[in-house]
Ligand binder design. Sequence first.
Ligand code: ZN
Ligand code: ZN
Length: 333
Amino acid sequence: MAPEAIVANASIDAGIEGDVESGAIDPASLEITTVRTHTPLASQLITGVAIVAPIFGVLSVARLLWGVALHPLDLELFAIFYLLCGLGITVGFHRLFTHKSFVASQPVRIAFAILGSMTLQGPLTQWVTDHRKHHARSDQPGDPHSPNLGGPTWFGHVRGFYHGHMGWLFSEKGLERGEIYGRDLFNDPVIRLIDRLYFVWVAVSVGLPFLIAYLITGSTERGVEALVWAGLVRIFLFQHATFAVNSVCHTWGRRPFVTGDRSTNNVVVAMLTFGEGWHNNHHAFPRSARHGLATTQFDLSYLTIAAMTKLHLATELRLPTAAQLERIARTGE
Ligand SMILES: [Zn+2]
Ligand SMILES: [Zn+2]
């Protein structure tokens, strides 16, 4: 570097420090340092292959086991349990209990609380508390599962991503038992009872596929087979799909709305989680019952809520107005 350049850089650095001290520059603005406006295409392609390739491995194993240790009944039960328990999280735990984006009667609330508990993501009040903390502190210190606080190095990014995906479950999960962020649920005796019975719902989640398959086929072996595919494998896949909302959807994807965090819309995660992957939309409009705000953004959870309104099972849906959509996309306020 030429001596003049060194002098020039030194004066720039000195100038910034001086302005910070004099209060002319907001110190918080200096922390937002990035050399790119979005993830490069090559990186997105590599990530896409890394996510998709293992799926083909699982499918090839399923093909090898077809007719031996995997039957159509297993797939049917897998689909039914993945759908119903998954909606327990997306419609129930998230949009109903955490964000109150619609109103439902007590029997409907109880049904969603139990279905969500059957995904083994923890008791309802704990889940809601952690998620409300995430919204209150998104990608800032205090966010229980930000993938963006691991540090600026390559290893820091990897460590941060692991923390956002599942590391936080071992260090940040359930620290407050709902006493601050989940007070409304903590004080609800019915919800408290459902939470106290959490391990009953865990047993139902793996036991019910076994029982159904056993009653249909009369075979213990086929019951165990259904327990594995529609119980354990289904729980495993939906857990990581949900974890990906916290990790992938704060790392890769588009950000159509101006929000004070790193949330993104990611179509792959959105498909696996019934619309929860439209996560930048969600951070822009946390109380909206609809996350897939564009007509091309498939949102099965919202379609479910919309169908529930027709059956009078859901009322008072909260949705952003056209003016709010335009304003947040432009200014974030
Ligand atoms: Zn988020
Ligand atoms: Zn949320």
